[in-house]
Design a protein around this ligand. Structure first.
Ligand code: SAM
Length: 248
C-alpha cells in the first residue's frame, strides 16, 4: 500500500518511523510519503492560509496548494482511484470497520487541516472521504492522520506478527477484547484467573469468550446489538446477567 500525507508539519510524523509501522515500512509492505504543503504554494511567502470570506475569527487554509499537492502525487504514483481523505471533525466517525475498508485499498492520500479548517472546495472537489477521529476538536489534522494510518496499516496482512492477535482485538468481531495477563501469577494480592494457568485450551477459549462478552455488556452494550452472536454467546450472556443479578 502507498500512503501520502499532506501537511504543514512534516516533522510531526516521526512516530510513523517507529515500532511495527517502522518495520512495515522497512519491509516494503507500506510506502509512506510525507509532503510539505508549503512546497505546493506559488508565492514568495509560501502562504497556505487566508482570511475567511464573510469575516470572523481565524484563518482558512487555501484550496490551491492542496489541489496542487494531490495532482503532483497522482502524477508520480500513477495509481488508479486512490482514496483522498480530508481529516475533519465534521467527517464520518472513524472506526474499525472503516479501518478495515481502507486497509484493502492500494493508495491513500491524507490531507491535514489547521486553523479554522480547509476551504470547502477541497471537500467538494478533491476529497473522496471526510473522516473524523472523534467528537472533539484538535488543533490540526496530523494526529488524526497518524491515528488513521496506524489503525489501517496494522490490518494489512504481514504487518502484525501474529494475525490471530489482530482478529481478537477489540471491535474486530464486534466485541471488546478479553482481559490479558502475563507473569507473575500473583502480583500485589491480585491472582491470575486459575483457568489461564490450567493448560486446558477449551476451558481457556470459553473463559476468554465469556469475559469478552462480559466486558462488552458492562462497558459497551451498544456493540452487542450489532455483534454476530452464536448460541454459545447467548448462553454466556444469560449466565453473566444471572451472575450480575446475584452480585447486587
Ligand atoms: N472549525 C473546524 C470545525 O469546527 O469543524 C475545526 C478546525 S480544527 C481546529 C483544524 C483541523 O484539525 C481540521 O481542519 C482537521 O484537519 C483537524 N481536526 C480537528 N479535529 C479533528 C477530528 N476530530 N478528526 C479529524 N480531524 C480533526
Amino acid at each position: 500500500m502507498r500512503i501520502d500525507i499532506v501537511t504543514i508539519f512534516p516533522e510531526a510524523f516521526t512516530p510513523l518511523e517507529l515500532s511495527i509501522l517502522g518495520r512495515a515500512r522497512a519491509a516494503g509492505i507500506v510506502d509512506i510519503h510525507i509532503h510539505n504543503l508549503r512546497d505546493f504554494t506559488t508565492d514568495r511567502h509560501r502562504t497556505v492560509d487566508d482570511y475567511p470570506y464573510g469575516g470572523g475569527a481565524g484563518m482558512v487554509m487555501k484550496p490551491e496548494p492542496f489541489f496542487a499537492a494531490v495532482e503532483a502525487i497522482l502524477r508520480e504514483a500513477r495509481t488508479e482511484r486512490p482514496r483522498i481523505i480530508l481529516t475533519t471533525p465534521q467527517g464520518r466517525l472513524f472506526n474499525q470497520a472503516i479501518a478495515r475498508e481502507l486497509a484493502s485499498c492500494d493508495h491513500l492520500i491524507l490531507l491535514c487541516g489547521h486553523y479554522e479548517g480547509v476551504d470547502e472546495r477541497v471537500a467538494l472537489g478533491l476529497a473522496t472521504d471526510e473522516i473524523s477521529i472523534g467528537d472533539y476538536v484538535l488543533t490540526g489534522g496530523e494526529l488524526a492522520a497518524m491515528v488513521i494510518v496506524d489503525a489501517v496499516v496494522r490490518l494489512i496482512p504481514g504487518v502484525v506478527g501474529e494475525e490471530e492477535s489482530v482478529r481478537q482485538d477489540s471491535f474486530s468481531e464486534g466485541l471488546l477484547d478479553y482481559p490479558h495477563y502475563t507473569r507473575p501469577p500473583e502480583f500485589r494480592g491480585m491472582r491470575v484467573p486459575e483457568v489461564l494457568l490450567s493448560g486446558h485450551h477449551e476451558a481457556i477459549r470459553r473463559w476468554r469468550r465469556k469475559e469478552a462478552l462480559r466486558r462488552t455488556l458492562l462497558r459497551r452494550p451498544d456493540l452487542l446489538n450489532r455483534a454476530n452472536l452464536t448460541e454459545e454467546d447467548r448462553r454466556f450472556l444469560e449466565e453473566i446477567r444471572r451472575e450480575l443479578a446475584e452480585d447486587t
